[in-house]
Design a protein around this ligand. Sequence first.
Ligand code: SD4
Length: 301
Amino acid sequence: ASGRARVVSTWDFGVGANQAAWKVLSTGGSALDAVETGARWAESELCNPTVGRCGNPDRDGVLSLDASIMAGDGRCGSVAALSEILHPVSVARKVMEQTPHVMLVGEGAQQFAVQQGFRREKLLTPAAEKAWREWLKTAQYTPEINAERRTRPGDSSNHDTLGILAMDTQGQLAGACTTSGMAWKLHGRVGDSPIIGAGLYVDNEVGAATASGVGEEMIRNAASFLVVELMRQGRSPAEACREAIARVVRKRPEASRTLQVCFLAMDRNGEVGAYALHRGFVYAVCDKDRQDDLRDSASVY
Ligand code: SD4
């Protein structure tokens, strides 16, 4: 029954997120439930410095989380700068389903989460707090390329978000994105992950895209929307990601040498593609034939 169902996720930890999502897809569940389940796995089980409860805090020592969720029919919800709530992606889904809005931020998002029954809890780990105190000694904000692959929880790594895209047995698409954002960011900084069209975009007519890396570049280029629109014009997922990366480079050639930007896309036929600025971006693909497929993305540098 799992037929054409497929789920793809950013980075090597995407394998775990996909496996959680696959339990939903393989039993006939919806793409929307699948991506939420995969993102929840990353938020609570992963414990890395860039997603969920073990994330590194901002410059002021506050762990603030961003997440979004989108269905292929255009329904979407997101939260930004949300603190002390374990599952931002589920709050994003509540914003989508229980409010007339798309996005809630900061204290208002937290207030809404508590009203919806989410528990407020301290999420900053001792390791993350220690890393922050260490960082304070120099207080230099220098995002690293491919942080996740080189570091362990609590290290001073900077980015690597979970972006997850799924197609269910009915051919419906959905996506989600969840992150603690850039470590040591200014308090109040919002990245691309909760911004529909930047860190995530899904359209049943075409396909879905998500992003990881330095979010400012994705916002500047409305990047995930761009990838989906390029697929609409006939590009394959890989070509669309490559062209969007080229746009990022064109706009900021110098910055592009030191920042990582990664795109992952899946079209409505289940074809998957990716492209990154720098080497080292990997993504996980999962369907009825293989549940632990990890692929290397091509890159400019
Ligand atoms: C952000 N895009 O907040 C996120 C961070 C990230 O891989 O993706 N890291 O800018």
